[in-house]
Design a protein around this ligand. Structure first.
Ligand SMILES: Nc1ncnc2c1ncn2[C@@H]1O[C@H](COP(=O)(O)OP(=O)(O)OP(=O)(O)O)[C@@H](O)[C@H]1O
Ligand SMILES: [Mg+2]
Length: 350
């Protein structure tokens, strides 16, 4: 099932997020130019990359439709043509552009059912990016994230909790390295499998960042190949140990963990209703979702997280993604940093 990782397998998966003008396009091209000779740019922004054609050498394809499959085709084409680096500028259009995921769901009569069809398109795009034989840099626009908190006398107040890429929730965890650019063109690394970059910030990223990445790529070890790991629907395997502290006394997860919650987490982790039912049956035979207690719902969510983590070669990532989802579901109860920190300290071990 697993193959010995070799150096040549390691290709960069880098995500750059930021508002307009923060340097997503410029920095991608600057980094790509250091990482390889032949660069393919998938441009969704009407030739915006070509503004830099006098500074960097690259070939470009402009997408007219942002259906996830169009991205898949373009990435495959770049791979077949033997490019060293693929730049996707930007991936946000596959989410909220013409024919993007949100639009595909909007067009359907029943948006909940539509996600069932759209999620696999999203997964196919992510898998294509992850398995691409070229280095890959994807840019994403950022949005500001808010939670609604209930204050004294039940008054609801929104509070800014940070920024997130305009894409499916948790997308940044799919990448080896993810960073946020700001209006000063400073790149802050938010997630990194390359230890030398963790927690660092770089003004006008270019050669220095590329050199660190190159060194890591030359010496690093590839993660297991995603597609070769089968999904499995446990009882948990014998060697799985799950520890979590989210159910400590005083932490109200939710008073009414219900089917929708499980389905929404399932959408995120790639589990259909059928899969969720199988997990429930394996762990709590004979019980329906509305009969589950808070703790039991959390166990089912844990299993989904582990399952998705195993399938995707990820660990903490999924737990964090799930936490974000809880935030959206239960903002009054979970929209605070203390609880965020508690969930983040969740450990999933294999
Ligand atoms: N890494 C960098 N090094 C030097 N200058 C940079 C860098 N990144 C950005 N800049 C400067 O910032 C300008 C805007 O950057 P860029 O076009 O990449 O922004 P963007 O995030 O792609 O914006 P949009 O979302 O509108 O496409 C560039 O023209 C350049 O002058
Ligand atoms: Mg740009």
């Amino acid at each position: 099932m697993f193959k010995k990782a070799t150096k040549t397998q390691i290709k960069l998966r880098l995500a750059l997020t930021g508002p307009s003008g923060s340097g997503k396009t410029f920095s991608s091209l600057a980094l790509a130019s250091q990482l390889g000779k032949r660069i393919a740019v998938i441009d969704t922004e009407h030739g915006s990359a070509s503004r830099y054609a006098d500074l960097f050498e690259f070939d470009v394809v402009e997408l007219e439709s942002f259906h996830p499959n169009r991205y898949v085709k373009a990435i495959m084409a770049a791979q077949q043509a033997g490019y060293d680096v693929v730049v996707i500028d930007s991936l946000s259009h596959a989410w909220m552009g013409k024919d993007g995921e949100l639009e595909l769901v909007d067009r359907a009569k029943n948006s909940f059912a539509a996600w069932k069809d759209v999620r696999p398109l999203e997964r196919a795009l992510i898998d294509t990016m992850l398995s691409c034989k070229c280095h890959l840099i994807a840019t994403m626009r950022s949005r500001t994230e808010w939670v609604v908190e209930t204050k004294d006398r039940g008054k609801a107040e929104p509070r800014k909790v940070g920024t997130a890429p305009i894409q499916t929730q948790g997308i940044e965890f799919e990448f080896d390295v993810a960073g946020e650019l700001n209006w000063q063109n400073t790149l802050t690394i938010t997630k990194s499998r390359c230890p030398a970059l963790s927690g660092q910030a770089f003004i006008e990223p270019g050669r220095e960042v590329a050199d660190i990445l190159k060194q890591w790529l030359d010496n690093g070890v590839a993660s297991p190949v995603v597609n070769e790991i089968e999904h499995h629907y446990p009882p948990l395997p014998a060697n799985t140990e799950v520890t979590t502290n989210i159910n400590q006394p005083g932490i109200a997860l939710t008073d009414n963990p219900n089917r929708d919650t499980l389905k929404r987490v399932g959408q995120m982790t790639g589990h259909t209703s059928k899969h969720i039912a199988a997990i429930m049956e394996a762990n709590f035979p004979g019980l329906k979702s509305d009969q589950l207690t808070q703790l039991e719902v959390k166990t089912v969510v844990d299993v989904m997280c582990i399952d998705a983590a195993v399938a995707n070669g990820m660990e903490q990532a999924i737990a964090q993604t799930t936490f974000n989802e809880w935030l959206t579901l239960q903002p009054q109860e979970l929209g605070n940093e203390e609880l965020a920190a508690q969930w983040m300290s969740k450990q999933v071990k294999f």
